[in-house]
Design a protein. Sequence first.
Length: 477
Amino acid sequence: MKLHDFFKSFLEDHVNLNSTRLTLLEDSIVAVENAVRALSWGPKIVSFAPQGSWAHETIIKPQSGQPFDADLLVFVEAKEGWTPKDYVNNLVTELARLPAYEGKVRRFSHCATIEYAGERKIDVAPCVVNRLYDGQYEVCNRSTDEFEASAPLEYTLWVKDKNGVAGGNDLKKVTRLLKYMRDIKGNFTCPSFLLTTLMGLQVYESDRGSAEFADLTTTLKTLVGRLDDWLQARPNVPTVPNPKLLQEDQAIGWGQSQYSNFRDKINLYRGWIDEAYAENDRDESIGKWQRVFGDNFAAGEAKRAAEAVSESATGGGLVRDGHFRDLVEKVKALGPAAVPATLRRLPHVRRPTWRRGSDQYTVKITAELRTGKYGGALRPVRSAEPLQAGHWVSFTAENSMGVRFSDDYKVEWRVTNTDKVAARAGALRGEFYSSDDRSARSEQLSYRGVHFVEAFLVRKRDNRLVGQSEPFYVVIE
């Protein structure tokens, strides 16, 4: 499902840089421009311009504890006798002398960076114009002491033009979503400028008004699909020319292992996005979108659905007509058949992230009631059998012959709680947990409700999912 409202609030609440921080950034930029204009650092200043994600409007909210940053270009005329390192070194030296920036200025290869107590950073980069001919732009590499050709204004216009073709500012929004996904997952590397180019390359002039860009979610599906196709056709690190400066290869810093990993992850996430988009069940679709973007996507809705499983409201409650106080009472009275199939599709239930293996095995769960985690066994337990809180249950995963799996496999357990008591305790769970002892795991009975445990069989040598049990329902009175 497209879930437009959830994407809108997700962007506003978790992805986009909030207005307070934008105001701080803009105020800081004005102050920096004024400070640089007042410096006696050598070259004549022509103008200033934003660069990078700030200029392209793809800047995102940083992860907790991390600063957000912006790039500011200061265009200057060439100063006779100066080499590239002089522009950066003198800018850093003079900025650092100002009381307002004392202790805040750091020197990097192409810029002076002003750091504001871990909250934000501004990179100020000199760009020399018309040094050899009119219309020439060069940034300064102080490490190599070389001028490097640049096309900052033309590139920004290219990004904006591509965004206009896609329509609805959706290219910018998709780029923000992918940067957010990169940052929260932390399992692939792609610099923001390169990601921006790769996404822009997937938008063609013929796409104006296309149904493939009808809305944000459709645009996301279209662009990630095209990017995956482009990457799969290129097993080795490709050349990615700057579209406005063809001699610049933006992928030059990508090693083969980094590229191969990025290629693999985009292929995986493309499948997840396609599944979430195609899913017709609302709760299942929310859960699948959470697999892509994390728990912050539709978080409030996921909690609401989990704690509402026993509501008896007409026209959709799981407990009908007020005959039962909650779902526990209904299952006690009517047996396992009263457990709704929708329970396992609740949004807060984590969807598997392993790729499926071509071979699949039967996985069954047996369970035993115990006095404690390592206590004595009391008796076997059946799925959906009502149990008292306080005891422990030991779950074991077995094959179709009732035998545990070999050490070639690991068993991961998805443990999910539901209903109001667990929700109020902040214990809805739904995550995956390792086995305590090869293919067994123990859980304490704590919260009234109908909960469930599932076993996932993962082959160790290739980390493929090769088996999944049916849910074992745990009914706690």
